[in-house]
Design a protein around this ligand. Sequence first.
Ligand SMILES: NC(=O)c1ccc[n+]([C@@H]2O[C@H](COP(=O)([O-])OP(=O)(O)OC[C@H]3O[C@@H](n4cnc5c(N)ncnc54)[C@H](OP(=O)(O)O)[C@@H]3O)[C@@H](O)[C@H]2O)c1
Length: 305
Amino acid sequence: MKAVVIDAYGNNDVVRYIDADCPIPRASEVLIKVHAAGVNPVDWKIRGGLGQRLGMSLPIHLGGEVAGIIEEVGDGVSGFKVGDAVYGIIPMGGFAEYAIASAGDLAHKPFNVDFIQAAALPLGALTAWQAMFDLAKLSNGQRLLVTNSSGGVGSLAIQLAKAMGAHVTGMGSARNEAYILSLGADEFIDYRQQRFEDVAHDMDVVFDTVGGETFDRAFLTLRKGGFLVTAVAFPQDEASTFGVGVGRVYCKPNAEQLASIRAFAEAGKLKAHVATVLPLASVKEALYLSEGGRTRGKIVLQVTS
Ligand SMILES: NC(=O)c1ccc[n+]([C@@H]2O[C@H](COP(=O)([O-])OP(=O)(O)OC[C@H]3O[C@@H](n4cnc5c(N)ncnc54)[C@H](OP(=O)(O)O)[C@@H]3O)[C@@H](O)[C@H]2O)c1
């Protein structure tokens, strides 16, 4: 089968599109015939050296978000059978014609979206869910600021927060204003034209996927007792300084949450915007585009047409 592997850390030169043996599912695992795989910043970050810091060992098969059809089930798998259409996140190996997943990490694919759309949902939606609902306890009627509302995570965060009844302020650049408002944001801030902390205030929750200075300044938008959750920065002692809560999300597989996310998708309340679809063989181009940091929504690799 075709697969994407790195034997060393570095730039796109280390990425190889190879012929590899098809993996075999062990107990509690399934083999997925991958139809589409989502491309995420974590993929080029792993390629660039994050893999080492995460304790992964080379060679690393890239790709952590897939949608496809179950080809084979390992011993002890219940709830899935050969032929089921599934989606989810996996530790590695998603940029390939076949991938292994722990059956407990997957859910059935939303019936009303194709594989490309389905592959664009799991990582962003799970990250947003775990950040906003598990950590920040965002609830109906609360005020939320999403610092990067046009990216793969933020664009799903806005829709999930709106579906839960929050009042959402989206942030992005002018070219993404109409897009961010179309996702359901109640208000929009152009981060290039305004200092967002001058206009956003009394937030109950900020969900930050930018980090750096944006993370630092986001504290100024929270009410006392509010909560800043970041997917990028590493919080220090800001909680006591600002009188707020702070946390960092580390997205984890969660089949129950994926089933809830499916329900939102099937109800028409959640839709991934797929900006670019490329064939698996064009993985380097996909990583290059993602690394550029300007994608509106998601980049998806089409593996099986
Ligand atoms: N901790 C976790 O578990 C976890 C999980 C998922 C993702 N992440 C991290 O979260 C970050 C975002 O991921 P993503 O997939 O959403 O990224 P992405 O899709 O690559 O984000 C691209 C978008 O960011 C916007 N943007 C760039 N700079 C911005 C700024 N200063 N303020 C507001 N928007 C800005 C760009 O819009 P313009 O071109 O208009 O600026 C573009 O639309 C990444 O660093 C990723 O690694 C962490």
